[in-house]
Design a protein around this ligand. Structure first.
Ligand code: AMP
Ligand code: GLY
Length: 428
């Protein structure tokens, strides 16, 4: 089977790495890919949002399935564009992608289906005054979310009421352009977060992938600015059988049923951003793709054939196909450019990858320059993934590998997984 994978980050590197191991795979193309994805397939200089170009490419290259790594093409209607064409799409329809594309829609969906989530209300420019009143009725800190996609930056968490009210006004006046024309204001939930990934076939069949936790802030101890993700670990100690049974009964099953009841076609990944509030799982957000960098850890634990699973999901036929995974933990630690998540330099040469033996360095923001050198091209540069007998062992491997990979101004957090290891030692 020939597959076209859309995207260019560490997540797509990990998906491509896993797909390339499948005996079912003939040719893999990655559009646009990065400086490392050509190890697993052929990079194609094509935008994931250029559906016409993708259509022509699919026909010319006999592509059997398109897999969307990131949300943008799905929210823009990738599935619907190709629905009547002879190629499968692994990913939700545009209506399903609204679970990520519109926070207001996601909240209404959860409310309609009795899925546990923070209490909320949505406001627009004509209801600003009510929004300010609603904020005053909540306890701090205040959570404000731009309704639409905002490149991961659309959520503000603010301590003072006055500042939150001012931020609501600014968001509605266009702080995030059209994305914040509607703003969700919700109650703050306190707990530890985790990421649960579900692969669904749109016919009621689904499989749950290994659970992971990501580390979003740039600084150690979860301080400083939000990033696309600085590392991830899997499994997550508190996501035990009892917790996951609640997730299944209260969140996954009602989500899948709610989509079907609404007549929404959804064949692909559902990412549940959960928070553990005193042992009770609640949904912080839905995404309609795998997480980045969670994928760079989770793929190391998946033993089943990913191509077979994705093809079955996209065909509406997961049937009794098993999703087997290894009990061994996996971690990933992101190497980023100095300055990230603010402005950062590009074009710095990367060396030492060939001496990495204990880990898999998944390329994210890398490129090959005109002289054939591997250089940095993004804020998140390389996601260094390892497995081990426990999380500490896997982390030690990633940190040793990071020592070997060199580029000017490289930075990584040294405390990935530290919170979960502290929880584990308390339990023992
Ligand atoms: P989101 O873009 O929805 O994932 O939000 C970004 C981050 O904001 C989440 O990963 C949480 O850490 C935090 N967050 C969002 N909503 C809430 C909430 N209701 N209570 C506490 N933290 C939240
Ligand atoms: N790691 C969180 C995300 O992919 O949205």
């Amino acid at each position: 089977m020939n597959i076209l994978l859309l995207g260019s980050g560490g997540r797509e590197s990990a998906l491509a790495w896993k797909m390339a191991q499948s005996p079912l795979l003939d040719k893999l193309f990655i559009a646009p890919g990065n400086g490392g994805t050509s190890q697993y397939g052929t990079n194609v200089a094509m935008s994931p949002l250029d559906f016409e170009a993708i259509d022509a490419f699919v026909t010319e290259n006999g592509i059997d399935m398109i897999v969307a790594g990131n949300e943008d093409p799905l929210v823009a209607g990738l599935y619907d564009y190709f629905e009547d064409k002879p190629v499968k799409v692994c990913g939700p329809s545009k209506a399903g992608a609204a679970l990520e594309g519109s926070k207001d829609f996601a909240k209404r969906f959860m409310q309609a289906n009795g899925i546990p989530t923070a209490r909320y209300r949505s406001f627009n420019a004509s209801t600003l005054a009510e929004g300010k009143e609603f904020l005053a009725s909540l306890n701090p800190p205040y959570v404000l979310k731009a309704d639409g996609l905002a490149a991961g930056k659309g959520v503000l968490i603010i301590d003072s009421l006055e500042e939150a009210q001012k931020a609501l006004e600014e968001m509605l006046a266009g702080m995030f352009g059209k994305s914040s024309a509607t703003v969700v204001v919700e109650e703050f939930l306190s707990g530890i977060e985790c990421s649960v990934f579900v692969l669904t076939d749109g016919e009621g069949g689904y499989r749950v992938l290994p659970v992971a936790k990501d580390y979003k802030r740039i600084g150690e101890g979860d301080t400083g600015l939000n990033t696309g993700g600085m590392g991830a670990v899997s499994p997550v100690i508190f996501a035990d059988e009892e917790f996951m049974a609640k997730v299944d009964a209260r969140i996954i099953k009602p989500t899948i049923k709610g989509l079907r009841d609404a007549g929404i076609v959804y064949r692909g990944f559902i990412f549940l951003g959960l928070i553990n509030v005193g042992g009770e799982p609640m949904v912080i957000e839905y995404n309609v793709r795998m997480g980045d960098p969670e994928t760079e850890a989770v793929m190391l634990r998946v033993d089943s054939d990913l191509v077979e699973l994705l093809d079955a999901a996209a065909s509406g036929a997961l049937g009794d196909l098993e999703l087997r995974h290894s009990p061994d933990p996996a971690v990933t630690v992101m190497m980023v450019s100095e300055g990230y998540p603010g402005s950062y330099p590009k074009g710095r040469e990367i060396t030492g990858l060939e001496s990495v033996e204990e880990s898999i360095p998944f390329h994210a923001g890398t490129a090959v320059d005109a002289d054939g050198r591997l250089v940095t091209s993004g804020g998140r540069v390389i996601s260094v993934s390892s497995t081990g007998k426990d999380i500490a062992d896997a982390l030690a491997k990633s940190y040793r590998s990071i020592e070997k990979i060199k580029f000017d101004g490289k930075y990584s957090r040294r405390d990935i997984g530290a919170d979960l290891m502290a929880l584990a030692s308390k339990k023992n």
